[in-house]
Design a protein around this ligand. Structure first.
Ligand SMILES: Nc1ncnc2c1ncn2[C@@H]1O[C@H](COP(=O)(O)OP(=O)(O)O)[C@@H](O)[C@H]1O
Ligand SMILES: [Mg+2]
Length: 244
């Protein structure tokens, strides 16, 4: 478990600034969603936490530790940040069975095989995949495959779990169930979670707090009822009106 702090974080690609400086502290065990239209900078923010992208300026802290601060020449590699990630697509390796998919992050860390066995079984129970270790991904439903990806993101006991539109490829009914399940798992493990989505229903039903972004600029941060009752500006008002 851990906090995540953005301090005046900015990101440019060439001359184009796609994340335009914001502050946020995600608390220990908190579930925060980044919500906004396609292209607004959500994935870039998530990738900066993971270390797959480096912020151009500002400071990023995980668990109070500076992990990226270009001004101070600090940049911790992704594998040293101890964060778990779940993506929308290509989440599961088709040539590995369920057990090996989930065990992968532990194998990379060269953890002993009996310990791997124990940890994979534990996390398979949490995501309700017990007994399916030998199955290949093409023998699983879409929801089960996404649970494999979730288990793989959690098995190394990361300080923070990052999810990027993890439900976008699922059908509507499965999305309903997975929303509830992911939130329940997050609360059970009490893990700090940053969740990226363009889907308001996901953000409003799953999150402790929501950060709303447009064109790289944070528009509002608040809990779901605050945002619903007191939209900070016309963009937020219009954006949340569209689907409620
Ligand atoms: N590697 C890259 N090089 C140049 N521009 C990029 C790169 N990655 C993302 N962008 C641009 O940054 C902006 C934000 O992208 P992204 O964070 O993926 O948005 P979102 O996840 O909200 O849809 C978009 O305009 C996108 O085209
Ligand atoms: Mg994205």
């Amino acid at each position: 478990m851990s906090t995540v702090e953005f301090k005046n974080i900015r990101k440019s690609y060439g001359a184009v600034e796609v994340v335009k400086g914001f502050d946020l502290k995600v608390e220990d065990g908190e579930f925060v969603s980044f919500l906004g239209p396609s292209g607004c900078g959500k994935t870039t923010c998530l990738r900066m936490i993971s270390g797959l992208e480096e912020n151009t300026s500002g400071e990023l802290l995980i668990g109070g530790e500076l992990v990226s601060a270009p001004g101070k020449n600090i940049y911790l590699a992704p594998e040293k940040r101890n964060v778990g990630m779940v993506f929308q697509s290509y989440a599961v390796w088709p040539h590995m069975n369920v057990f090996d998919n989930i065990a992968y992050p532990l194998k990379i860390q060269k953890i002993k095989s009996h310990e791997i066995q124990k940890r994979v079984e534990e996390i398979m129970e949490v995501v309700e995949l017990s007994g399916l270790g030998e199955r290949m991904p093409n023998q699983l439903s879409g929801g089960q495959q996404q649970r494999v990806a979730l288990a793989r993101g959690l098995v190394a006991r990361p300080r923070v779990l990052l999810l990027d539109e993890p439900l976008s490829n699922l059908d509507a009914k499965l999305r309903d169930k997975m929303r509830v399940d992911i939130r329940a798992i997050q609360q059970k493990l009490n893990i700090t979670c940053v969740y990226v989505t363009h889907d308001q229903l996901e953000a409003f039903t799953m999150s402790d707090r929501i950060l709303i972004m447009d064109q790289g600029i944070v528009q509002q941060v608040g809990d779901p009822s605050e945002i619903r009752e007191n939209p900070a500006n016309d963009f937020v008002r219009e954006f949340i009106r569209q689907s409620h």
